[in-house]
Every structure is written in structure tokens, then in C-alpha cells.
Design a protein around this ligand. Structure first.
Ligand code: M6R
Length: 624
């Protein structure tokens, strides 16, 4: 989604701002721009399209100056055009502003400004309205003879505060004014903003990965924070003008961690990191002596955990699919009634819940607007609201009552891969912990721990199948789409396989429970539409075989992901068979999903798609 980078220091701002934007490129955008204060005027360059286009503009007419702001825009209000690209200016042309989020009442604010005589709007965006409003308030504060004269810096901060008090919506903002040297101002509500603290230089960014090459000291701003940033100091206050608590923390990862290394794509790198990320998700959390898991971050006493009588899991996209598997896991391992809800539905549905319900918001980024909204709604109603997040500094992580971090390391590829397997591991840890407080015996706990501990090596085995899967992908490069089927724990894996396929290949893809075939989907089966069956050698294997027979009878090609004896039994039925290690059903998705990630990846490469930056998609969806 949109990205912000701001800089004030002693170096030239242009290369830093451009480099920061490139580091945010993976998050998705359709236009980009910078504003740098060059002496006594703001120089702006912006355009629709890729950052490479912006770089060309900046090379043709280099803006110089040591402070400025920059932005990648993912269009919401108005198309992806040069005019709509950020930064936007106020009516005086002196104040430049970039904004992530949505100003819901922008039309009413715009009408008011127009009525007052401001006819200088040049874009269709909500952001430009905010720039005009701040600029108007700043200009009006230049001294009316009645109130004490403030410094221009204080006037600008106050103008922003007053404007934000009129705004309904979400924002992460950075702005500069050409009359106020070496000064940038930021604010956030519902859209992340981080302050990078350097030596004689400071940064603003919507994601710390944009600035981690320059500093690892960061202040993660809270909602309603306003930050005034200079070269060698900063001041954080609230929109209401009060002081604000903050701490400078060390960024968990380094610049090296967000490099592609020898991999052609981040997605492939992240798929191959899964043995390690799964290990990290379990590290220090398994207790073989007590045959259980230790999850201190939940911030719950044994008695409180013992009292949980219902669990609601919520998330979006891949995180939702992990939650769907979590429903099976928690019911099987812990025997606790569990439901999975789309975060976007849950937050508005007013679900009746019992007193001892615990809600888990699952989110890699910890910033997904709907998941955050769902968690806030659950908190508002007084339920214990926990997070399963990767980004430790994220809003969900900070606002939740506790939770479990994934520790998967930065996930840059838009298609979520390692975060999914980490989420399923964590749901198993939660199932084990809650289960051991209920009906699971010590020997059952020991078996679950053994199954979990074997995963990293088993993932390596599956990763070794990459070349086989690549050959399958080549074979189906001209397929018109792909269907995915699975049962029980592997039904959500079918959904996840289809999501990966459509996201990065743009092929039509659908996932279904295998048994749904004959309730309608079978009408789609034809020779150019392969069906992928996730059919490990488990309790429902024979039922999957029946469904595969039904597809074969209608000349549909079948790719089977199986295990154990499955390959032998499917030899005459499936065109292609991918065999993963045989494991208990509660951990099976962690292995069966890997071939699907690789299949989507290799097919996307074969089709020449932009794997890490698929069209129309953003890594983190911070708008509803
Ligand atoms: O950061 P989150 O886990 O909250 O993101 C949720 C979804 O937006 C995300 O999983 C999305 O579906 C991915 N692009 C899937 O690959």
C-alpha cells in the first residue's frame, strides 16, 4: 500500500528519499513523487507508474536540498495519474504533503474550502484537500494581533493539529513548508508511521524497512501522535496538543535481512526460508519436560487459559486461511469450540460471544485495516484480544492484550508464504498449550512436540522437489486456470493454493472442499483446466480418491499432493504426483502448502509475471 519516506539532515535528500521508496516498492503502488526544499522553494517531481520513471525525472532535473518528503501512492481517490500522485500542495504552493490512508469527509471539507474562495485544486484526491486545509490554517495563524505570536514551526504543527481535528478517516502524513527550513512534520492515525533517529539526521517512514539502512533506532508512533522533526531533535505530541509517551527501540532486523541475496525473487527466497522460520516460530516455546508449549506473551494465567471456552480467530487472505486451519487444530488438540471469521465481516457483524471467548487477530504485517478493526471491536466489547503477528512494532501487536510473535523475519514478497507456515505452527502451539490443560495426556503432548520438531527437516525435503514442481509448472503454462481441492485440515490449503495461483499468475483459480465437486464445480472440469488435489495419506484419503476419479472421468488433468502410500494408489489416476513426508493431520498443511507455493511461483515465472509485485496488489492493506 502507499509508502512515505521523509528526511531531514545534512546529506542530499534526493538519493535517500528515492532509495527509501525503492525499499517500499514491494508494498504496491501506482505512482510516486518527492518534494524537496531547495533553498527557498519546494521542488517536486512526481508521476504515474514505477519509481524508475520518477528516478528518470529526478535525473533529468535533479532537486537538491537536505530535507524533503516522498511517497508511493496506491490509488484510492482518483485514478493513478501524474496529477493525483503525491506530494500535494496547499493553495499557496509552499506547503507539500504526502498521505497514506483515507480522508472520509474530504468532500465536505473541500466544499467548505471552495465556498471560502479556494479554487486552486488540481487533483481528485482527498490528500490535496488536507494540504489546502493545513495551508489555510497555517497562513491564517500568521498573526491576527489578538493571540501571542508563535514561531513558524509551532504554527505549522498547530495548523496540522487543527486540521486533523476536523478530519474523519485514517492518515499517516509527512509535510514540509518552504518557509520553514530543516523541518518536517508527521502524524498518524490508523496508518503506520515510524521516526528513524539518526546522528544529525532524522527520518520518517511508513515502514521501518525504508530507513533501516540508515538507522536502527526507531520510534513507532501511536495513533494521534504528531511529530515535529529537525536534524538533531524531534518532539512528539498528540493531535490534541498534549505530551505523548514514546520509546526509542532497536529495529529487530538489519538491512541485510531485507536483501534478495542470490534468489531471483523475494518470494522464492521466503519459500526457501521456511525451514528456518518454522524453527524460529517454535524456538524456546516447546517444553518436552512438561509436554506442552510455553507462550508467556499471551499474558494469561494458567487459570485464565483453563477458563477459555471459545476461541474466535480472525484475519484476511492468507492469514484467514491459516486461521481456518487453526479452527481444526484448536478443536482437535484442545477440544475448544473455535470459529474463524473474515476480519472484514467480524468487525461489523456484532457476533454474539460468551464471556470466556478469546479472540486472536492473525496478521503478518499487524497493520491490515480490517484485522485491526476486528481486534479493536473485540477489545471494545471487552473480550481478551490477542495477536499472532510477525511485525513486532505493528499496531495490532501493540494494541493487543498479548499474543504470539511469528519471528519469521521480514516478508517482502507480496504473496505471503513463510508467514502462513509460521502462523500454522503457532496455532499448533496454542492448541498444544490449551489441550494439555484439558484432555491431552503427557504422551500425546510428547507426540505433538515430536511432530512439530520434525517439521524443519521435512520442509527441506519438500523444498528439494522444487525442480520437479518447476517441470509441472512448465507443462501447464498454457492452462486456462486451476482448481484446488482438499479435505479437513487441507481444505484451507486448497484455498491458499488457489490464492497464491491467482495473485501471482493472474490465472483463474478456485479452491474448494473436495466433496463440493459434485455440487456444481464439476461442471467446470475440462482438459485445459487442471485440478490440484491435496490428498495426503490420511483418514480422508479414500474420499479424495473418489473425487479424483470423478475428475478423471471427465478428462480433467490431476496434480496430486500426497504422502505415504498415497503415491502408489494414485499412480494410475494423477498425471503428476508430488509426495511430501507423511505427518499427523494437524501439521500436514505446513508441508502440503509448500508445493503449492512453488507451483504458483514457477508458473508465474514461466508466464513472465512480476512475481514480487503482482498487479493491483499491495503487501499490507491499510485501507478497508
Ligand atoms: O499482513 P496480513 O497478514 O494481515 O495480510 C493479510 C492479507 O492481506 C495477505 O495475507 C494477502 O492475502 C496476501 N497477499 C496473500 O498472499
Amino acid at each position: 500500500m502507499c509508502g512515505i519516506v521523509g528526511y531531514v539532515g545534512r546529506s542530499e535528500a534526493a538519493p535517500i528519499l528515492l532509495d527509501g521508496l525503492r525499499r517500499l516498492e514491494y508494498r504496491g503502488y501506482d505512482s510516486a513523487g518527492v518534494a524537496i526544499v531547495d533553498g527557498d522553494r519546494v521542488e517536486t517531481r512526481k508521476c504515474a507508474g514505477r519509481i524508475a520513471e520518477l528516478a528518470k525525472l529526478m535525473t533529468a532535473r535533479p532537486p537538491t536540498g537536505t530535507y524533503g518528503i516522498s511517497h508511493t501512492r496506491w490509488a484510492t481517490h482518483g485514478k493513478a495519474t501524474d496529477q493525483n500522485a503525491h506530494p500535494h500542495f496547499d493553495a499557496s504552493g509552499k506547503l507539500a504533503l504526502v498521505h497514506n490512508g483515507v480522508i472520509e469527509n474530504y468532500q465536505a471539507l473541500k466544499d467548505e474550502l471552495i465556498q471560502e474562495g479556494d479554487n486552486s485544486f488540481t487533483s481528485e484526491t482527498d490528500t490535496e484537500v488536507l494540504a489546502h486545509l493545513v495551508g489555510k490554517l497555517y497562513d491564517a495563524s500568521s498573526g491576527n494581533g489578538t493571540s501571542p505570536v508563535q514561531t513558524p514551526k509551532a504554527r505549522l504543527v498547530n495548523a496540522l493539529r487543527t486540521a486533523l481535528q476536523q478530519v474523519i478517516g485514517t492518515y499517516g502524513i509527512a509535510l514540509v513548508h518552504q518557509d520553514i527550513p530543516d523541518f518536517i512534520v508527521g502524524a498518524r492515525r490508523g496508518s503506520p508511521l515510524v521516526l528513524g533517529v539518526g546522528k544529525e539526521e532524522n527520518f520518517l517512514a511508513s515502514d521501518v524497512s525504508a530507513i533501516v539502512a540508515y538507522t536502527r533506532d526507531a520510534v513507532y508512533l501511536n495513533d494521534f501522535d504528531v511529530v515535529a522533526v529537525e536534524r538533531d531533535k524531534f518532539e512528539i505530541s498528540s493531535v490534541a496538543g498534549e505530551g505523548s509517551n514514546y520509546e526509542v527501540s532497536k529495529v529487530e532486523f538489519t538491512d541485510e535481512d531485507i536483501k534478495k541475496g542470490d534468489y531471483p525473487h523475494y518470494m522464492l527466497k521466503e519459500i526457501f526460508e521456511q525451514a528456518g522460520s518454522v524453527r524460529d516460530a517454535m524456538r524456546g516455546r516447546l517444553s518436552p519436560e512438561e509436554c506442552t508449549a510455553k507462550l508467556g506473551g499471551l499474558n494469561m494465567t494458567t487459570a485464565e487459559l483453563r477458563d477459555v471456552c471459545r476461541v474466535v480467530l480472525t484475519g484476511c487472505g492468507t492469514a484467514l486461511h491459516a486461521g481456518m486451519i487453526g479452527e481444526y487444530i484448536l478443536e482437535q488438540l484442545a477440544g475448544i469450540p473455535t470459529e474463524i471469521e473474515y476480519a472484514s465481516e467480524f468487525r461489523h457483524r456484532n457476533t454474539p460471544m460468551t464471556r470466556d471467548t478469546v479472540v486472536f487477530a492473525i496478521s503478518q504485517s499487524g497493520e491490515t485495516a480490517d484485522t485491526l478493526g476486528a481486534m479493536r471491536e473485540s477489545k471494545r466489547k471487552g473480550y481478551r484480544s490477542l495477536g499472532i503477528c510477525n511485525n513486532v512494532a505493528s499496531t495490532i501487536a501493540r494494541e493487543s492484550d498479548g499474543g504470539v510473535y511469528m519471528h519469521a523475519g521480514p516478508e517482502i514478497g507480496v504473496a505471503a508464504t513463510k508467514s502462513f507456515t509460521s502462523q500454522v505452527v503457532i496455532l499448533n502451539l496454542i492448541g498444544l498449550l490449551l489441550g494439555r490443560m484439558r484432555h491431552l495426556s503427557t504422551s500425546e503432548g510428547t507426540q505433538i512436540i515430536a511432530a512439530l520438531q520434525s517439521l524443519p527437516e521435512q520442509i527441506e525435503e519438500v523444498l528439494n522437489l522444487s525442480d520437479q514442481i518447476k517441470a509441472i509448472a512448465k507443462k501447464y503454462a498454457s492452462a486456462s486456470g486451476m482448481l484446488f481441492f482438499g479435505r479437513q485440515f487441507n481444505f484451507p490449503v486448497a484455498l491458499e493454493g488457489a490464492l497464491k495461483m491467482k495473485e501471482i499468475t493472474y490465472l483463474f483459480a478456485e479452491g474448494h472442499p473436495s466433496a463440493e465437486l459434485k455440487h456444481g464445480i464439476i461442471a467446470l472440469v475440462r482438459p485445459d483446466l487442471p485440478s490440484v488435489f491435496i490428498a495426503p495419506d490420511d483418514a480422508v484419503f479414500s474420499k479424495n480418491v473418489n473425487n479424483i476419479e470423478q475428475v478423471k472421468a471427465r478428462k480433467g488433468p490431476v496434480i496430486a499432493i500426497t504422502s505415504g502410500e498415497g503415491a502408489g494408489r494414485l499412480a494410475k489416476l494423477a498425471e503428476d504426483i508430488i509426495t511430501v513426508p507423511k505427518v499427523p493431520d494437524f501439521v500436514s498443511p505446513i508441508l502440503t502448502v509448500v508445493p503449492l507455493q512453488l507451483l504458483a511461483y514457477h508458473l508465474a515465472v514461466e508466464l513472465g509475471r512480476d512475481v514480487d509485485k503482482p498487479r493491483n496488489l499491495a503487501k499490507s492493506v491499510t485501507v478497508e
